[in-house]
Design a protein around this ligand. Structure first.
Ligand SMILES: Cc1ncc(C[n+]2csc(CCOP(=O)(O)OP(=O)(O)O)c2C)c(N)n1
Ligand SMILES: [Mg+2]
Length: 815
């Protein structure tokens, strides 16, 4: 729109029409640019410049409409179809989209994932390098996308729940830098087929119960890859199927809108009304967006002609949203065909230029590496008469590669070093140089040095940010030892925790705790007994039986600057909540290269008690699915309290496994309960000894101590070590120091054979080099491979027992 000339009187009606028209055309332009990005993106994959592509073609018009109502302070949790929404909200540029498609690791080019994620997995920064939460109230916030279907649902619940907490919890009201009175909406998108997942239903039910500002957009294109809707959804319609969830007068529930994906005006109207309502009333809303198309099919991995009937393909062409929007613009005299053609041409040019820029930026540093590698190899060839031909050929092949990657550079350098007679591995360079005279030697050494340099650089690019690396790195939390008054009270373990949580909730307004039976009765072991009444039902509360979304609720809240403690009632039920922990939470810092973190603390209880589902110790499962979380296995509740204090100063998520059979053991209460910290990754020697090192943790430690006492009686001196945390694990190699003294080690663990015991074995033997100090083979004692049988006998014969330990130690001493 042109600026009015000075002095011209503005006609308000005309002005608003012009603005409206301008906005529609801007949306049309966004839609066209996004479509071009999809078309070009697919070509990039088919011509080999990118490995895989999944695009948002067919979903453009609903997304430009949706973007109009996404305000600063709002949150997005969605999936791989939402490029248009990202462009239209300014969360991503088309150039960034291509950078991500190429897997450009430079964070300036792909600020969403630093080349670590497939295309259309967008993320805006949530924390700075030191883990400080950024100003999320004034920015449009995209939580990092992830590929598992419906995996965005659980965290979406928590992102929305945080608004409710900020609106309702008195002590949170001063945190205006984190929320504007809870007015933020979480926009969540999902494909029609993914609504078949339990995640969708559990989230909707919880949202309907909780009444949180969650807006769900279902992109219904009738297919989940090749499988049509009739195999996915009851009655073939998600809005039909959801009718029982619908809010009526005097009930909770959700609002449901049905719109057509080609009806730009209709969607703008529905989204405007729906989003206004969810923002004000916190009544969740579902927009069932029907008749969505998918012009290029599911992804670059196959063609939809294989499974869509001809009539469907024809219908999709006819009802393409952009085509329909164009017709609507012309029918309503908002612009002529020529104007729109012009927009389309400009969109093509702009998108092509963006792609070219992204490609140049991506290739630049790699080409520099290629040039350097080629130069070094040619230098070596000159000084290596025997292998000159092969080296020249290597250099030539690399130089001729039109789309080289970092991998090819490394492979070529490695091969050149091999020809030079050197080992390119860890000590590359030291032995390189059998390729000729002294010139050959130094040329080979140059290659080795360059190889090492690149290896380091690539490790920074690809192997960092599993955990927070800045100022709030967990290992930087200062240790504050527990101090005890002379007349320190001796309490049951659960009472220690209860006192601890009371102090925590008094001092830290950002902490909220929730789970099954956690509110009114204060958890099944009374850690929170009486605390709801004292600190409020908005801060300490019960949830439905829904581990998956309890975890999601915690993840979403942690994204938003809160410090949730979310309970899994018994560790055996962790499996229900494991998917979001493993796929979303554990990968979050890695897949955003440190730009997002959700420092959730998962609280649970486990190890031996009674029966198959209250005696689990699936530590191997946890260790191998939750790299990216800290895993705390305190032997008692004082240690647990100290670990909670440590975790709350860090920026990482964690899981705390309290000992089920420890709640009624007596412990001395520290005087500095709210301040003392237990450093993570530092084992504690709980009994010194000379003859053998016994390594364990948690509940089993008490059995080990029992055995050690008996062994002591027969003259065998055991050193008993509590590892305290499994992730991180013994960062100072304290176990190795013990082993140097005893030359024998027995690892006792109540997970299955090869589970956590295998992990500890690997850490001590391979990583710490413990094998060098052994006088006799290291051993492990674990639980049986089956689940533990019920009752005391069942426990005795299923889990490690003291007699087994005593026998094993005696055998080892005799070897
Ligand atoms: C848990 C899980 N199972 C399977 C897949 C493989 N997969 C990727 S996309 C997809 C279909 C999803 O269809 P829909 O939800 O309708 O979204 P659309 O791609 O049609 O937009 C499947 C099965 C996956 N990503 N995650
Ligand atoms: Mg679909």
């Amino acid at each position: 729109m042109e600026n009015p000339a000075a002095g011209e009187v503005l006609d308000p009606e005309k002005l608003s029409f012009d603005r409206f028209r301008e906005e529609v055309l801007k949306d049309y332009q966004s839609a066209c640019e996004s479509r071009e990005a999809s078309l070009l993106g697919r070509k990039e994959v088919l011509t080999g410049k990118a490995k895989f592509g999944i695009f948002g073609d067919g979903k453009e018009v609903p997304q430009v409409a949706m973007a109009k109502f996404f305000r600063p302070g709002d949150f997005y949790a969605g999936y791989y179809r939402d490029q248009t929404f990202a462009f239209a909200t300014g969360a991503a540029t088309i150039e960034e989209f291509f950078s991500q498609l190429y897997a450009d690791p430079d964070p300036r080019h792909d600020p969403h994932s630093s080349g670590r994620q497939m295309n259309s997995h967008f993320a805006t920064p949530f924390v700075d390098q030191d883990g400080k939460v950024l100003d999320l109230v004034n920015s449009k916030n995209f939580t990092a996308g992830l590929a598992p279907c419906a995996a965005q649902m659980p965290k979406a619940l928590g992102l929305a729940y945080a608004s409710k907490a900020f609106r309702e919890v008195e002590v949170l009201k001063p945190f205006t830098e984190l929320s504007n009175q809870g007015n933020e909406v979480c926009f969540c998108t999902i494909g029609d087929a993914s609504t078949s997942e339990g995640h969708f239903w559990e989230t909707l039910n919880a949202a309907g119960v909780l009444q949180v500002p969650l807006a769900i957009f279902v992109w219904d294109d009738g297919y989940g890859i090749s499988v049509p809707r009739k195999f996915q959804t009851t009655k073939g319609s998600i809005s039909e199927a959801l009718k029982g969830f619908q809010k009526k007068e005097g009930t909770n529930g959700i609002d449901i809108f049905r719109v057509k994906a080609w009806d730009y005006a209709g969607m703008c109207e529905a989204f405007e009304a729906g989003i206004r309502s969810v923002r004000q009333t916190h009544t969740p809303v579902v927009f069932h967006v029907e008749e969505v198309t998918q012009p290029q099919g599911h992804s670059t991995s196959g063609s939809h002609e294989r499974y869509k009937p001809t009539e469907r393909l024809e219908w999709e062409r006819e009802w393409d949203g952009i085509k329909k929007m164009k017709e609507w613009i012309i029918d309503n005299d908002l612009a002529g065909e020529d104007d729109l053609d012009e927009i389309e041409t400009a969109a093509k040019d702009f998108t092509r230029d963006s792609r070219n820029l992204a490609w140049e930026k991506y290739q630049g540093p790699i080409r520099a590496q290629v040039a350097r590698a080629v130069e070094l190899i040619r230098n070596l060839a000159q000084d290596s008469p025997d292998t000159a031909g092969q080296l020249q050929e290597l250099a030539q092949t690399l130089a001729a590669n039109r789309e080289p990657g970092r991998k090819e550079v490394m492979q070529t350098l490695h091969e050149a070093l091999g020809l030079a007679g050197g080992a390119a591995g860890a000590g590359a360079g030291a032995t390189a140089g059998a390729g000729g005279g002294s010139g050959g030697k130094s040329a080979a050494a140059n290659i080795a040095a360059y190889y090492r340099e690149l290896k380091k650089e690539n490790a920074v690019i690809y192997n960092t940010h599993l955990y927070h690396e800045g100022a709030r790195n967990i290992l930087k939390v200062p240790e504050v030892k527990a101090v005890y008054a002379e007349d320190a009270p001796i309490l049951n373990g659960y009472e220690v925790l209860n006192r601890y949580f009371d102090q925590l909730f008094t001092h830290n307004p950002l902490v909220l705790a929730f789970g099954e039976d956690l509110g009114k009765i204060g958890d099944v072991n009374q850690g929170f007994a009486g605390l709801q009444a004292k600190h409020g039902a908005e801060r300490i509360f019960d949830t439905g039986i829904r581990e998956l979304t309890i975890m999601g609720q915690g993840i979403g809240m942690a994204f938003r600057g809160l410090r949730p403690i979310a309970e899994i009632q018994y560790i055996d039920y962790l499996l229900y909540g494991l998917q979001p922990l493993s796929d979303d939470l554990a990968t979050l810092q890695y897949r955003t290269a440190g730009r997002q973190t959700a420092p959730l603390i998962v609280r649970t209880r486990g190890h031996r008690l009674e029966g198959i589902w209250h005696s689990g110790s699936p530590m191997g499962l946890i260790l191998h699915s939750l790299r990216g979380l800290h895993v705390c296995v305190p032997r008692n509740m004082v240690q647990a309290a100290g670990m909670y204090n440590t975790l709350l100063q860090g920026a990482d998520p964690a899981i705390m496994i309290e000992c089920l059979n420890g709640y009624r053991l007596k412990e001395k209460l520290p005087a500095n309960l709210a301040e003392f910290t237990v450093p993570l990754g530092v084992p504690e020697i709980i009994k010194e000894g000379e003859d053998i090192t016994l390594v364990s943790y948690g509940a089993t430690l008490r059995i080990v101590q029992e055995a050690a006492k008996v062994l002591e009686g027969s003259g065998i001196s055991c050193e008993v070590i509590d590892v305290q945390t499994l992730l991180p694990f013994d960062i100072h190699h304290l176990i190795l120091e013990s082993l140097k003294k005893t030359s024998r080690i027995l690892i006792v663990d109540e997970d299955v054979p090869g589970g956590a015991a295998g992990f500890i074995f690997n850490k001590v033997m391979e990583e710490q080099g413990g094998y060098k100090w052994l006088d006799t083979a290291a051993r492990t004692i674990t639980a049986q491979a089956h689940r533990p049988a019920y009752s005391s006998d069942g426990d005795y014969f299923s889990k490690p027992n003291a007699e087994q330990i005593i026998d094993a130690v005696r055998e080892m001493m005799a070897e």
